[in-house]
Design a protein around this ligand. Structure first.
Ligand code: ATP
Length: 896
């Protein structure tokens, strides 16, 4: 309602007063909020304000809007008592100042720190404008009537208060700046509480239902870590603008300009958004035009207007261009997000073993899965927040055009209130949301644990116990959800209440203007239809804020992942490895996983092409590490490794890995048919070749006995196979690959002696003419190796052939002696030789050696010096048949 009180005839001073009144509030508000935002994006360090000074500031800032309210009341009383009219400028001055001063007050009241320039600037401007208005008012008052005197007194009070604020704020200035790390705005858009604070963590024993406020878990720790990294990057980039710019490097991946089709869909999507925004105005406007025509008493059908209205209403539907818009949205989203997901996946695949050894797999999977967050981030900004801001501006302009500026004022007040309530309520319910999430995690953790450890549950008969535990977690989660929802609902009720008040206020004002004949009735119809277009961007602003912050965290996770460089990379200009003989040379190789603990020291060895090198020694001595270094899973920190004269660091990683085939200690299979698992060794192998490889690995007969034969699924990581079967499938896989260099890392540790004999035959085929590295605990399996290297604490302490080492009478001889049952160093019961039991094996006198030289179960224990039972004890599939170890011994790895 416009209250008009005429004070004087318009003069130039009065005009100036009017203009000042119109711009005063918006100018002060804009200065404060724009400079606050500037400080936020540029990471300007806020200063701490003591509780006392804050109290004084908020009291003074509260007085300001009160003076404006008093002025409005004064105008109203003056108008109601038939007095003169106030200018629009004076009314606007009060209304906009009430709005902006209230927001400034809320900001100062809520924050313990503030950016001095935004507060001081706003107060100085407020003081300057108030002083000018006071002077002008004094000049324009011809005679000091009762009301004019009251207006001047109020203005004087306001000017004094704004001066007091300027002075008070100057006293705040000398306070030292606080560190960025403690500035909640400078750190991240998400507060610590949103992600859990590590200080709240406590141990939750097994069997209890965790998920309390303190049960934030690894998940929250990781989020905290990501937020910390994000804060560091924001600071490094000099603020949010620089930080957000870093995401621009992904734009070519997200929206490659050379992808014509995608660009077309992008244009379609943009056009769709634009058209929707235009139609949101045109449709209610058209209905308003029809209403006006109807209320003017026309007798003919307004066909053209009706047709236009129907067309505007039809266009955004799915039958119109809505479907095309939705299709464009799907096309753009799927194409761009799959691109970035692929980028992340390929990157993870390319990362080195140290990354995969140190990172939790779940965390990596999450980062790859959430690669789309980067896409969502750009989409949210471009296709949601930006159009939303434009829509709010259009709404403000349009309602002013329909009625007057007071409608815009109501809408802006309502939006500010709505968003403030949303933020305050989010903070209020944040702790409960965190608790609810923790309970959800606790529930899924219990169900996961129970299902994963089902065998333990079964054998200990704890089914009921686990069900009770799960039930408690369920109840606890439901309670937490209820608590959280109650809080959210109260907030919705409050914000909806304000929306309703604003809506009612607007309708009453609109009806009043129609009754007065100032506006046509069609404007009211247009406004009613348009109302939902006005409030929907306000509603989604708060929602988008949350989405944006979550996407930012996820995008940061992805950026961190993508910025991780593989520690083992191809050297510039690296060439493919050319293998001729397969000669491998380790030259003074040194390595450590952690620089504080060296693993291998000065390891030198020469494996001539086609030779078999056996690595034996105590567990943890560094044997597997040597194989990893050869495969360049890690780079040696000292010395070099070469293959056929080429330093492995100078060749491409791909060609190096192509040249090798590894049978690991614990093979891992994919949960796909056995046939495909074997074919993984050589993707273009035929079914016959796969089966031949399986025959050679002595697993074919076992596979065909499975109900689904070669099509049997092997379970996650091959759990449906026994240890021995798993190893034989892994061996078949390498046999099929037919590499130049073969690496066997205790490849027969999990098979029984009879099977081992078969596998050894397969190995002879596999290793024929190939350089082979064998790690073995059963010494019987490597006696024929060209070189046996005894590795201890990362060093080669003994080297030579089996005979030479026995003759040396060192540690190897000691191991051999232990494995042979303590009957003398290599002494064979058959031939009484001190060295060559294999001679007996070769001449068929194997039974004698069985009792003397080899007992597989003892061998492993002997090698591990009785500490870590050797692999021979680990997995005898079917039990050891007497004498079979003799056969094993006879079938040594390399019998040339
Ligand atoms: N990824 C890793 N990070 C840190 N340390 C590791 C890593 N892998 C192995 N180690 C350590 O390096 C040492 C040597 O391990 P390695 O696997 O090479 O021994 P090994 O001689 O093959 O033992 P085993 O005979 O039991 O297989 C061990 O102390 C082990 O704890």
């Amino acid at each position: 309602m416009t209250i008009i009180l005429s004070l004087h005839e318009p003069s130039s001073q009065a005009k100036a007063l009017d203009i000042l009144g119109n711009v005063h509030g918006p100018l002060v508000g804009a200065l404060f909020w724009v400079s606050t935002f500037y400080g936020f994006v540029k990471l300007h360090r806020p200063i701490e304000i003591s509780r006392k000074k804050r109290a004084i500031a908020t009291t003074l800032v509260t007085v300001l809007p009160i003076t404006y309210v008093a002025e409005v009341l004064y105008y109203f009383v003056s108008w109601a008592s038939g007095g003169s009219q106030a200018s629009k400028g004076a009314i606007n001055n009060c209304l906009w100042s009430i709005l902006f001063m209230t927001t400034v007050n809320v900001k100062i009241f809520r924050a313990e720190k503030a950016r001095w320039f935004s507060c001081l600037g706003a107060f100085v401007l407020e003081f300057a404008l108030n002083t000018t208005i006071l002077c002008l008012k004094a000049i324009t008052s011809r005679e000091l009537g009762r009301y004019v005197a009251a207006s001047l007194i109020i203005q004087f009070l306001r000017t004094t208060v704004s001066l007091a604020l300027v002075i008070q704020w100057l006293t705040v200035l000398p306070r030292r700046a606080v560190k960025l790390g403690t500035d909640e705005e400078g750190q991240s858009l998400l507060s610590d509480h949103a992600n859990g604070s590590p200080t709240l963590k406590k141990h939750t024993p097994y069997g209890t239902v965790g998920g309390g406020p303190s049960d934030t878990g690894k998940h929250d720790d990781r989020d905290m870590e990501i937020k910390k990294l994000q804060a560091e990057r924001i600071e490094k980039e000099g603020g949010w603008v620089g930080y957000l710019k870093t995401f621009a490097v992904f734009l070519p991946h997200l929206w490659p300009t050379n992808d014509r089709e995608l660009m077309i869909w992008l244009c379609v999507r943009g056009a769709n958004i634009l058209l929707s925004s235009i139609l949101q105005v045109l449709t209610p406007r058209q209905l308003g035009i029809i209403t006006d025509k109807l209320s003017s008493g026309i007798t003919t059908m307004p066909w053209l207007d009706i047709a236009l209205w129907l067309l505007y209403s039809f266009l955004p539907t799915y039958a119109g261009f809505g479907a095309l818009g939705a299709l464009a949205s799907i096309k753009v989203r799927t194409r761009t997000s799959s691109r970035i997901q692929l980028l992340a996946f390929a990157h993870v695949m390319d990362l080195s073993m140290d990354f995969h050894a140190n990172k939790a797999t779940g965390e990596v999977i999450k980062a790859v899965e959430q690669a789309t967050s980067l896409n969502r981030l750009v989409e949210t900004v471009l296709f949601e927040i930006l159009p939303m801001i434009i829509n709010i501006c259009i709404s403000v302009w349009y309602v002013t055009h329909l009625f007057d500026l007071y409608f815009a004022y109501i809408i802006i007040c309502m939006s500010a209130l709505y968003v403030t309530i949303e933020f305050i309520s989010t903070a209020w319910s944040r702790e409960h949301l965190r608790l609810y999430r923790a309970k959800c995690r606790a529930e899924s953790q219990i169900s996961n644990e129970s299902l994963h450890n089902w065998h333990t549950v079964f054998y200990f008969n704890r089914g009921k116990y686990e069900t009770t535990r799960f039930n408690e977690a369920l109840k606890s989660r439901i309670m937490a959800s209820f608590d959280y929802q109650i809080r959210r609902m109260s907030c919705y009720a409050l914000s909806d209440g304000f929306l309703y008040l604003a809506q009612s206020g607007c309708y009453i004002l609109a009806i009043h203007q129609i009754v007065k004949g100032w506006k046509p009735v069609g404007n009211l119809v247009t406004f009613i239809m348009y109302w939902y277009t006005i409030i929907s961007p306000v509603r989604s602003l708060a929602f988008n804020y949350r989405t944006l912050t979550e996407n930012l965290i996820d995008a940061e996770r992805l950026v961190q992942l993508l910025s991780t460089k593989p520690s083992v990379a191809d050297a510039p200009g690296a060439k493919p490895l050319v293998t001729t003989e397969g000669k491998v040379v380790f030259d003074n190789v040194g390595f450590s996983y952690d620089e504080r603990k060296p693993i291998t020291r000065d390891v030198s060895l020469i494996a001539e092409g086609g030779q078999t090198i056996a690595l034996v020694g105590e567990t943890g001595g560094g044997k597997s590490t040597l194989l990893k270094l050869l495969a360049r899973a890690y780079d040696a920190v000292g010395g070099s490794i070469s293959i056929d004269g080429q330093d492995i660091r100078s060749v491409t990683r791909s060609s190096l890995r192509d040249a090798m085939g590894l049978v690991p200690q614990s093979p891992e299979l994919f949960n796909i048919p056995i046939r495909e698992n074997v074919r993984y060794g050589r993707l273009d192998a035929t079914d016959e070749e796969v089966e031949d490889a399986c025959r050679a690995a002595a697993i074919h007969d076992t596979i065909v006995e499975f109900p689904d034969g070669y099509d049997s699924l092997v379970g996650e990581r091959g759990v449906k196979l026994s240890g021995g079967q798993l190893q034989r499938v892994a061996i078949a896989r390498v046999l099929l690959r037919d590499p130049s260099i073969v690496l066997l890392d205790e490849a027969t540790s999990a098979v029984d002696s009879a099977t081992e004999e078969l596998i050894q035959k397969a190995f002879r085929k596999l290793c024929a003419g190939k350089t082979t590295f064998v790690i073995a605990h059963r010494l019987s399996t490597i006696v024929e190796a060209d070189q046996i290297l005894l590795v201890s604490k990362g060093e080669i302490v003994e080297r030579g052939s089996h005979d030479e080492l026995l003759a040396m009478g060192g540690k190897y001889a000691e191991f051999w002696n232990k494995q042979s049952g303590g009957q003398g160093v290599g002494e064979c019961a058959t031939c009484s030789s001190t060295l060559r039991c294999t001679d007996c094996a070769a001449s068929g006198k194997t039974s004698a050696t069985a009792s003397t030289c080899v007992d597989a179960s003892e061998e492993g224990a002997a090698v591990d010096e009785g500490v870590a039972q050797g692999a021979g004890t680990q997995a005898e599939d079917t039990g050891k048949a007497a004498g079979s170890s003799a056969a094993t011994q006879g079938d040594n790895i390399k019998n040339r």
